[in-house]
Design a protein around this ligand. Structure first.
Ligand code: GLP
Length: 239
């Protein structure tokens, strides 16, 4: 794992955007795995800026998102469809953009179809990831099997509480999500993990012990050959 410590959220976001832009410049038909949450928002802001000011071309780029809440209407303001539309897709025209459908009638079939899509259209050249305070990646919560493919995940109380800040109340936060599994995520050729803020300090400390354990999902990244972690000083313990 390559570790790059940067000053703050802004620098992390700019560095991450340059990383993705370089990928697209080297391979105009790149496949990008995307994430949601507060962490990648700044990255998307810089990608949009790069598109507008430097004309980075995304017309052949295909994107795959990690996850989506179950049973939250697609146009709900906290759905990941809405998040991606608002922060990226309405600003940059991509060749194709994919997210799991959390409102599918047959959720199991949707999971299988999404996994198949990653195999046939993907895998991503770069997968962007954030991390939950409990070490979750996508919505793979502690205890998720490292062999898991796209599946329906039950969200833990801590994850629901962490995400409640975006909803009007905790009750509104969905209890389930469709998420790429750990093995789906590991299929990506490169992984770019972004971490910012003191709330993630304990997670980073745990990650950097290098101990690989299903109780801490992000630790599986040590089994991938090409992972870059960009972490800011608030999340990175200096002592
Ligand atoms: C959510 C998402 C994850 C994300 C995590 C951390 O649960 N499913 O993909 O990494 O939250 O979010 P944030 O970046 O807001 O801290």
């Amino acid at each position: 794992m390559k570790v790059k410590v940067v000053k703050d959220y802004e620098e992390m976001s700019q560095e991450a955007a340059y990383f993705l832009e370089d990928e697209v410049k080297n391979n105009p038909a790149s496949k990008l795995g995307l994430a949601t949450g507060g962490t990648p928002r700044g990255t998307y802001h810089h990608l949009v800026k790069g598109y507008r000011e430097r004309g980075v071309d995304y017309s052949q780029v295909t994107t795959f998102n990690l996850d989506e809440y179950v049973n939250l209407p697609r146009n709900h303001e906290q759905s990941y469809h809405t998040f991606m539309e608002k922060h990226l897709f309405s600003h940059i025209p991509f060749h194709a953009t994919y997210l799991p459908n959390g409102q599918a009638e047959d959720l199991e079939a949707e999971c299988a179809a999404y996994e198949k899509l990653i195999e046939t259209e993907g895998p991503p050249d770069v997968q962007l990831l954030g991390i939950g305070e409990n070490g979750h990646i996508g919505f793979n919560e502690p205890g998720a099997s490292f062999g898991s493919t796209t599946h329906i995940a039950e969200l833990t109380d801590t994850t629901r509480q962490a995400n409640a800040r975006f909803f009007s109340s905790l009750e509104e936060v969905p209890k389930q999500a469709i998420t790429m599994g750990i093995s789906s995520i590991l299929k990506s050729k490169k992984i770019l993990l972004l971490v910012s803020g003191s709330a993630k300090e304990a997670a980073i400390e745990r990650l950097l012990t290098g101990e690989v354990d299903e109780g801490f999902p992000a630790s599986v990244l040590y089994r991938h050959a090409d992972v870059t972690l960009i972490v800011d000083e608030d999340a990175y313990r200096k002592d």
